[in-house]
Design a protein around this ligand. Structure first.
Ligand SMILES: C[S@@+](CC[C@H](N)C(=O)[O-])C[C@H]1O[C@@H](n2cnc3c(N)ncnc32)[C@H](O)[C@@H]1O
Length: 275
């Protein structure tokens, strides 16, 4: 891949070249119906987290979203979860992501899905959310915090932009006390951009920020089973995360599975209410 023009090592990790044409060509080559794309059509490419669309559906069932909700997806990637929420609930979703190129891909796919009136994207850092206090009913985030060291500021920003009584729905990889992940993993090539915390540390920072925990679900075991059931295809699939991350995504995903199987990394879904 060509070198990225971004100076942010996290952004360079996720996109080191332009991706919109590549992704749209792959969507066409996959022979998807010419009409409006559904969340399930794009899921192999746009649900960038363990257990894909199934995990998004599970978190959505916990998150208290309805058609009147205004949802912020922090670290929205190429927009699969945001489109799924709009498609299922008919709600408005705003996605922000550090990686500008992912926002461009997200916008292009959202037009193809016919959801551009409900779902919008903006390049921004989760540590400085470009929204007024109390702008959202739900803040949603999946597999993003692992790249973010300053957790008090991250959850402080999420708390600030939520309305009083609003909900934070999160799905993240967790550190396990005393265990080191094997690298590279999908979120980092080495420890310099990986900032996992333990579930206990996460609970403490959420409480300190002013959240009351409503749901706390360790989903490590179902994640382990999902990884174990993955059969690496002989050829890369027509749609897949390798289109974003390059051919060695396979190695990164394999290491993530190994980390979960060996108890080096856990997975957690949680919902917390703004006090
Ligand atoms: C593994 S992907 C997950 C994408 C999406 N949440 C999903 O589940 O499909 C991680 C995303 O987090 C974004 N990210 C990492 N650090 C960020 C930050 N400080 N602010 C905003 N986005 C960030 C990356 O650019 C990337 O798109």
């Amino acid at each position: 891949m060509a070198a990225s023009s971004s100076s942010d090592p996290v952004e360079s990790h996720y996109a080191s070249r332009s991706l919109v044409d590549t992704v749209l060509a792959a969507v066409d080559a996959a022979g998807l119906p010419p009409g409006l794309l559904k969340a399930s059509d794009l899921a192999p490419l746009d649900q960038f987290h363990v257990r894909g669309l199934q995990a998004t559906k599970e978190l959505a069932a916990l998150a208290g979203i309805d058609s009147g909700s205004r949802v912020l997806d922090v670290g929205s990637g190429v927009g699969g979860p945001a489109r799924h929420l709009a498609e299922w609930f008919g709600c408005e979703v705003v996605g922000i992501d550090l990686t500008e190129e992912y926002c461009r891909v997200a916008e292009a796919l959202t037009v193809r899905a016919g959801l551009a009136d409900k779902v919008t994207f903006k390049a921004a850092n989760a540590l400085a959310l470009p929204f007024k206090n109390g702008s959202f009913d739900v803040v949603w985030t999946q597999h993003v915090a692992m790249n973010i060291k300053d957790r008090p500021r991250l959850y402080g920003e999420m708390h600030r932009v939520l309305k009083p009584g609003g909900w934070l729905a999160l799905y993240d990889a967790m550190a396990i006390d005393g265990k080191e992940p094997i690298y590279p993993v999908p979120w980092a090539r080495d420890p310099s951009t990986s900032f996992l915390v333990t579930a206990d540390a996460l609970r403490a920072v959420l409480n300190k920020t002013g959240f009351a925990i409503r749901t706390w679900r360790d989903v490590s075991e179902e994640s382990r089973q999902w990884f174990a059931a993955q059969k690496p295809p002989a050829q890369p699939p027509k749609l897949g995360l390798h289109l974003l991350m390059g051919a060695d995504f396979r190695i990164m995903a394999g290491n993530f599975g190994r980390n979960v199987a060996e108890g080096r990394v856990g997975l957690l879904m949680a919902v917390a209410e703004k006090n």
